[in-house]
Write a new protein. Structure first.
Length: 298
């Protein structure tokens, strides 16, 4: 299979930039492209392909010869062509020095780990790479990946990828149709939007709409029985989290019974505390994702 990265270098470099002097930076950039604010470009380089920005995407970042870390959030990637007389050693050393002063953690390597699927390249494609991790917008983490390869063109080239870690904004409305569809597919659904007073099992008023949709779901599916599962983050002791998650699941059952007439025999409850995280508890975004209610079809 042809290597995607090398293919991109050849196709874009030879077709889009023949005879163009690469000493200038911005004139040769892909139309509409721009640098990520966290990474200043190497002088004389230009963005010439693979430029993309997304509100939310996940990516793998190498942190050792055989290990990668997954990060999700606001996503940026671009393919840079460096000045003809530069080298990967020179370019990457400059980035390493700059990021070492600005970021909290830095990882470097000379071949991309096979465990990573970053840019769809194999380990022999990149001659040098670095991953930097530091504090980004609103106090969250920013992950930066920079790679470099020589020999595909008359100048070094490589990707820069940045993820500003953030929780995904919920844009799909959580209604009865959505809940039914997810349960039909997997037998369960994670429900966000059922909120509780901090450290308590008291349901807050802003949860009423989501709970009403669960009531509507059960009215449409009179033969369904569900288990209401409570999950927490890992703040506090494991014992207190276990007890709290169980009480919150019971509170959801009680609400559905009193306000939506759901018979108690149609609902079971169980609290799992912090034993089943779906995200990293080291970040605010991860903890928010772990604090959830799940509905499981019985």
């Amino acid at each position: 299979m042809a290597d995607r990265f090398i293919g991109a270098l050849l196709a874009i470099g030879l077709l889009a930039l023949p005879g163009v002097a690469m000493a200038k930076s911005n004139e040769n950039d892909v139309e509409g492209s721009k640098d990520h604010p966290a990474v200043m470009r190497y002088p004389g380089s230009s963005i010439f392909g693979e430029y993309e920005e997304k509100e939310f995407e996940g990516a793998e970042f190498p942190v050792s010869p055989g290990k990668c870390e997954h990060a999700e959030g606001k996503y940026f990637t671009a393919l840079y062509l460096y000045p003809p007389k530069s080298s990967c050693t020179q370019v990457m050393r400059n980035y390493e020095n700059a990021l070492n002063a600005a970021m909290t953690t830095l990882f470097t390597g000379t071949a991309l780990p096979e465990a990573c699927n970053t840019w769809g390249v194999n380990g022999s494609s990149l001659e040098r790479w670095l991953t930097a991790v530091g504090t980004g917008p609103k106090g969250g983490k920013t992950w930066i990946f920079i790679g470099c390869v020589e020999g595909a063109l008359d100048a070094p080239a490589g990707p820069i990828m940045v993820v500003d870690v953030a929780a995904m904004g919920q844009k799909v409305e959580i209604d009865a149709d959505y809940l039914a569809g997810e349960i039909d597919k997997t037998g369960r659904v994670a429900v966000y939007g059922i909120n509780f007073a901090t450290g308590k099992a008291d349901i807050t008023a802003d949860s009423a709409k989501v709970l009403a949709e669960i009531g509507s779901l059960l009215a449409r599916k009179p033969d369904w029985r569900l288990r209401v599962e409570g999950h927490t983050d890992n703040v506090g002791s494991a014992k207190s989290n276990q007890e709290l998650s169980g009480k919150r699941a019971q509170a959801v059952k009680a609400w559905l019974g009193s306000k939506h007439g759901v018979p108690p025999e149609r609902l079971e409850t169980q609290g799992f505390g912090d034993t089943k995280p779906v995200a990293d508890n080291k970040t605010d975004e991860g903890r928010a994702k772990n604090r959830r209610v799940e509905l499981v079809k019985l």
